[in-house]
Design a protein around this ligand. Structure first.
Ligand code: UDP
Ligand code: MG
Length: 310
């Protein structure tokens, strides 16, 4: 019999854990496969740890991984996949924005189509601010423009993956993981499943702007060299403009159609403009150097404090 694991990252989710566990368990009950839930406690500072331990001690089909501190959503999901020995896995948010009641339909679709990945596409998003909706929409489109890979739009980490994909995922060495992108990148048979994203059942988002920014830049920088190419293009344009201006002013001096001395405004403008171009391009370079620095240190992506029921 096949085994399905549900991977759930949790960070300060004391308000949703109980309900989240109840609904997930109920959805799994009816399935014709063996099931388990893997919770990753990403260094929560509230009662999440206690609550998960309690669940694990009464339900042997619940596994728990406690991180030594908060490492972030993507490392938490990575740990879930790395520690999963099931044939199939579904990645789910603890806040029930991705309803576990959909799991039977997703599994059915996977069986019918013999797909390796079923990625869930958000038809709509409930209970999220205009800012989040607009930035998320823009981000997925921008990323597709920037990168050489074509990612499905409006798709989170909520997806079903099979053993083949998990085995490939475990081979990824990079520390800055943009998981939905990497899973897309491995290939095999991937099909969409459309759903309405619901509102969080309780608590607040654990993705403040700073985390969203880090997430978005990791995706862009790890999946695209276009910012570097853009920097080169800017450099080329600047040089071209410089040459044209130099020729223009030299000829102007000889034939007397330009009086270059009175050019305070134009000098200031070009100094500021080219200064800006230089800072910008050095900044882009710096971003990639920063990534090299992080990756070359090869620190572990996460540190596990304790595992339960493994
Ligand atoms: N999460 C996590 N570590 C973090 C931030 C979030 O494990 O540092 C988990 C969180 O508990 C939730 C999921 O990742 O299960 C998605 O987070 P959230 O719902 O806050 O993000 P949003 O849906 O608002 O984008
Ligand atoms: Mg959420």
């Amino acid at each position: 019999m096949k085994k399905l694991a549900v991977i759930v990252p949790c960070y300060n989710e004391e308000l949703v854990i109980a309900e989240s566990y109840r609904r997930t368990r109920e959805a799994l009950q009816k399935l014709p496969v063996l099931t388990e839930i893997i919770y990753i406690n990403d260094g929560s500072r509230d009662r999440t740890r206690l609550m998960l331990d309690e669940i694990a001690s009464s339900d042997p089909q619940v596994k728990v991984i406690h991180f030594s501190r908060n490492f972030g959503h993507q490392p938490a999901v990575t740990a879930g996949i790395n520690n999963c020995d099931a044939d199939l896995a579904i990645i789910l948010d603890a806040d029930m924005q991705d309803p576990p009641e959909l799991i039977p339909s997703i599994l059915e679709l996977q069986e019918k189509e013999q797909a390796n990945v079923v990625y869930c596409v958000r038809k709509s998003r409930e209970g999220e601010g205009l800012f989040k909706k607009v930035t998320a929409k823009a981000f997925y489109r921008m990323l597709n423009y920037m990168s050489d890979v074509n990612f499905p739009l409006d798709t989170g980490d909520f997806r079903l993956i099979d053993r083949k994909v998990m085995d490939q995922f475990d081979r990824f060495q990079e520390r800055g993981k943009y998981i939905r992108g990497l899973i897309s990148w491995v290939g095999f048979k991937q099909i969409p499943f459309y759903y309405e994203r619901e509102a969080r059942i309780a608590g607040e988002t654990k993705y403040p702007f700073s985390k969203m920014w880090k997430f978005a830049t990791t995706a862009m920088l790890y999946f695209s060299k276009k910012p570097l190419r853009l920097a080169t293009s800017l450099g080329f344009i600047a040089v071209l403009v410089g040459i044209i201006l130099a020729v223009w002013f030299t000829l102007g001096k000889i034939y007397g159609f330009s009086n270059a001395e009175t050019g305070w405004t134009s000098i200031m403008t070009s100094v500021i403009f080219f200064g800006g171009v230089q800072l910008l391009t050095v900044g882009v370079l710096g971003q990639y150097v920063g990534i090299l620095f992080d990756e070359i240190k090869a620190r572990p992506e996460y540190i596990i404090d304790e595992k339960k029921n493994f």
